[in-house]
Design a protein around this ligand. Structure first.
Ligand SMILES: Cc1cc2nc3c(=O)[nH]c(=O)nc-3n(C[C@H](O)[C@H](O)[C@H](O)COP(=O)(O)OP(=O)(O)OC[C@H]3O[C@@H](n4cnc5c(N)ncnc54)[C@H](O)[C@@H]3O)c2cc1C
Length: 286
């Protein structure tokens, strides 16, 4: 189908994008277009103005700031997964990004677009939640920071106001360089498909114990979730297969996954337990 008619502005800066959003009640931001264009073509959205962010300055690239990586919202999936900084300091993000769709989508799609779209079946929101990232958002009154735990509100809904732009994402350095193991387990129907369920695990262990575990769940509700019961069971537990097996049995507690053509809710909860066990074992190096 052909998208509805709309005007388009190529914003040169974040401030210009915010100003245009403020002038229109029904405007949409365009990043990589990998989610927006299908939505327009299906006529599920009908904006009168599209604000193209591709030439806006200050939204691209990856830099280090102390114990964080700061990733511009317009940084593509391809750039994230091939970044030496991301691999070294936030390896889980590189690993999960490599499972997103196919090379064409990864060359166009952006980190910020994937988080702003907030599809609970998307791989990156659960990873952002597990890391405890912070979103830096620009609006008419300046910038504000929103923790990932407050950013993802509901199905395809974030804490972004209609006049706000996600500018960059601050990701804590929880990588091998600082003693964290990681694993992203994605169960999909065929290669390059969306996750039926995904599990993002970060584990820091000392000699015989798990000091901290952080686990994000993909497609286990209307927004990305943390497997909080498993995390609580793992923190301070012995770093053994038996302890991990036991903790993984509660991985689906508090989740409410959808039933659809790819799987029923109880099947997804079963997958969450199996994938959590596997992801934590790998992240813990067992
Ligand atoms: C065939 C196909 C397969 C896919 N498979 C997967 C998959 O397996 N896993 C996965 O995780 N994803 C998958 N995706 C989605 C892909 O990751 C997209 O890149 C992503 O969802 C959207 O990023 P984008 O940059 O293309 O954003 P766009 O499509 O340009 O925008 C998406 C939404 O976010 C808003 N937005 C974009 N940038 C900003 C910003 N900076 N601030 C505020 N709002 C903003 C837009 O207004 C729009 O509402 C797939 C997409 C396709 C087409």
């Amino acid at each position: 189908m052909i998208p509805p008619q709309f005007d388009c502005v190529r914003a040169r800066s974040v401030e210009e994008a915010v100003a245009v959003l403020g002038e229109h009640d029904n405007a949409k931001l365009l990043a990589g277009g990998q989610s927006l264009l299908p939505i327009l073509r299906l006529r599920l959205a009908d904006p009168d103005m599209v604000v193209d962010l591709n030439r806006a300055t200050g939204m691209h690239g990856i830099r280090e700031e102390g114990d964080h990586l700061v990733i511009g919202a317009m940084t593509t999936h391809y750039e994230v997964m091939h970044s030496e900084r991301v691999r070294r300091h936030c390896g889980l993000l590189a690993e999960a990004t490599a499972t997103v769709a196919d090379p064409q989508v990864r060359h166009r799609g952006t980190f910020g677009g994937a988080l702003s779209h907030a599809d609970p079946a998307g791989d990156l929101p659960a990873v952002a939640l597990a890391f405890g990232t912070t979103m830096v958002v620009a609006g008419p009154n300046g910038r504000r920071s929103v923790p990932a735990s407050e950013f993802f509100v509901d199905y395809l809904q974030t804490a972004l106001e209609p006049t706000e732009v996600l500018v960059e994402v601050r990701v804590p350095k929880l990588g091998t360089a600082s003693g964290w193991g990681y694993c992203y387990e994605k169960f999909q129907r065929v290669a390059q498909a969306w996750a039926i369920v995904g599990v993002a695990a970060l584990v820091r262990r000392s000699a015989g114990a798990i000091e901290e575990a952080r686990i994000g769940l993909t497609n286990m509700g209307s927004r990305p979730l943390r497997a909080t019961a498993t995390e609580a069971a793992l923190n301070g537990a012995e770093a053994t297969a038996g302890a991990i097996d036991k903790a993984a049995t509660v991985a689906a507690d508090g989740t409410s996954p959808a039933s659809d053509l790819s799987g029923q809710a109880d099947y997804r909860q079963h997958l969450a337990r199996v994938l959590t066990r596997s992801a934590v074992l790998t992240a813990a190096g067992i």
